[in-house]
Design a binder for this molecule. Structure first.
Ligand SMILES: Nc1nc2c(c(=O)[nH]1)N[C@H]1C(S)=C(S)[C@@H](COP(=O)(O)O)O[C@H]1N2
Ligand SMILES: [Mo]
Length: 502
């Protein structure tokens, strides 16, 4: 039994060393081609939409670490089995390790922008993993035949320990290299033409616990399909506009800077944001008008109905052309809250379209916009049956008090945010314990594309209470109570929370 466990450990350690060495090589070349990430990304792409929704809802932004952890666990279980098999039949055990690495290699090569270099990390994983397992096996065999004797076992254990240390060293080196390569987004940003008004003062001083009027960049939600950030060099980055245009053009960052640079306050929302959820953020975006960019290619004669955006790794996002060019401040942006876009949010350039959920507008790490039709070409989420025309629904959220929180009796602020991008918020109402809707006080108005803070003073009596809120937009449309899930076009319904007083 103990011997068997030891053999399983050999398989695990050999595989860990292989995976860690591969991760280091990937960090130096193509981070996304790291075997565990290649398998994980494929799992993401193949996961049925309902399961994905469930994971986002229950795990939130921890969904990625959980996914990687599960893939790792699965791999290590197989590696342990390979170790046990190897003790009897070394060739078969080695084949299992090589097979695992080969699977990762195939998946890495199936990524949209894969080149020959993407195969390298998996080859490294196969070689290091197999050699390590063979080495441990040989050390053990070198002892007294079949039986594992005292001194030999000690030697084998030392070797195993050495492998564990090597795996940890490779892994840390990989992390270090990746973080080093992900540094340096400090490009020089142009200034917006015209004086942009400063953002009005928000309610955060007055109403503790309310979302800040502008979301600090570091707290901005992040939603994408990636397990590793793309390393894009701003100097060599280009944006191509092709498809059904008068003439195909390719622009550099400097070309974008030559257009009229504008700055806008826009609240972005993820379609996966459930009622009361966290996937919304408000920022000041610096960039150029999407229409100015499209005009460089000429779209007057186009018969396209969608902009199919492609990111540096071949991920695609569709945007309805008519909506994006209807006069709203759709932008190609390079700055966020006065700084270059962070890598997480699309460095060096992304799209932002007020009023549309991010998955049909906010392509990060964008490198191409193809003017085409929904009939001719489908984007990533269209293939997964999400809506293509997805305006953000009117919604509102209670930030304070927190659900199930305990509060002192007496005067209390009920406060939160409400949004109806591109139309604007006209009214927010609050209901306590199912009572009459009371009109809340609204915070400053920073434009129709931006969310509104709100609060209501409440004389809280001891006991449990239910709080609900709803918003009305500037067209007089009321936030619907009809409950809908995020799939396929965004959640709806009214948030109700329970709080304790006393
Ligand atoms: N290239 C790329 N762009 C993307 C995504 C993605 O997975 N890949 N996710 C989209 C989704 S679903 C949303 S809600 C926004 C989120 O932007 P953020 O992470 O900056 O908040 O980016 C969009 N742009
Ligand atoms: Mo999203």
């Amino acid at each position: 039994m103990l011997t068997r466990l030891l053999h399983a450990l050999f398989g695990v350690l050999a595989t860990l060393a292989g995976v860690a060495a591969a991760h280091l090589v990937a960090a130096l070349t193509v981070p996304a081609a790291s075997p565990v990430l290649a398998v994980g990304s494929t799992v993401i792409d193949l996961t049925p939409t309902p399961v994905k929704e469930w994971a986002i809802k229950n795990f939130g932004t921890a969904d990625k670490p959980i996914l990687i952890g599960s893939v790792m666990l699965g791999v290590l279980v197989l590696a342990g089995i390979a170790g046990i098999v190897a003790a009897r039949r070394i060739t078969l055990g080695l084949l299992m390790i090589v097979g695992l690495a080969a699977l990762a290699g195939v998946l890495a090569m199936l990524r949209p922008t894969a080149g020959p270099l993407d195969l390298l990390p998996s080859v490294v994983a196969a070689v290091v993993g197999a050699v390590a397992l063979w080495w441990l096996h040989r050390l053990e065999e070198a002892g007294t035949g079949e039986a594992v004797s005292g001194p030999t076992r000690r030697g084998v254990l030392i070797a195993a320990g050495g492998l564990a240390v090597a795996a940890a060293a490779f892994g840390s080196a990989g992390r270090f290299v990746a973080s080093y390569r992900l540094k340096g987004t400090d490009i020089e940003l142009p200034k917006a033409t015209g004086l942009e008004k400063p953002l009005p003062t928000g309610l955060e001083q007055k109403v503790p616990g309310i979302s800040p009027f502008r979301t600090p960049t570091a707290d901005f939600y992040r939603v994408d399909t990636r397990l590793s950030l793309p390393i894009v060099d701003a100097e060599s980055w280009t944006l191509t506009i092709d498809g059904d245009v008068d003439k195909e053009v390719t622009l550099t960052l400097a070309d974008l800077y030559d257009l009229e640079v504008i700055e806008r306050d826009i609240t972005m929302t993820c379609v996966s944001n459930d009622v009361g959820g966290p996937y919304i953020g408000a920022a000041r975006w610096l960039g150029v008008r999407l229409t100015d960019v499209l005009d460089l290619a000429g779209i007057d004669n186009t018969s396209a109905d969608q902009i199919l955006s492609t990111d540096v790794d071949g991920m695609t996002i569709s945007t309805p052309l008519g909506v994006a060019t209807d006069g709203r401040d759709a932008m190609i942006v390079f700055g966020m809250n006065g700084e270059p876009l962070p890598r997480e949010n699309g460095f060096p350039v992304r799209m932002v379209v007020p009023g549309l959920y991010g998955f049909v507008s906010a392509c990060k790490w964008i490198t191409k916009m193809t003017l085409t039709t929904y009939d001719a070409e489908q984007a990533y989420w269209t293939e997964r049956e999400w809506a293509t025309d997805a305006p953000i629904k009117i919604s509102s959220r209670i930030d304070t008090p927190k659900p199930l929180s305990n509060n002192d009796p007496g005067r209390l602020f009920i406060g939160g945010v409400a949004w109806a991008q591109h139309v604007g918020i006209d009214k927010v109402e609050v209901s306590v314990d199912g009572g009459a809707w009371q009109t809340a006080t609204l915070g400053a108005d920073a434009g129709n594309d931006y969310w509104r803070q709100w609060y209501l003073e409440w004389d809280a009596k001891p006991g449990q209470h239910f709080l609900a809120c709803r918003a009305t937009n500037k067209d007089g449309e009321l936030q619907t109570a009809a409950r809908m899930s995020p799939f396929p076009e965004g959640s709806s319904g009214i948030q109700q929370i329970a709080v304790n007083v006393g």
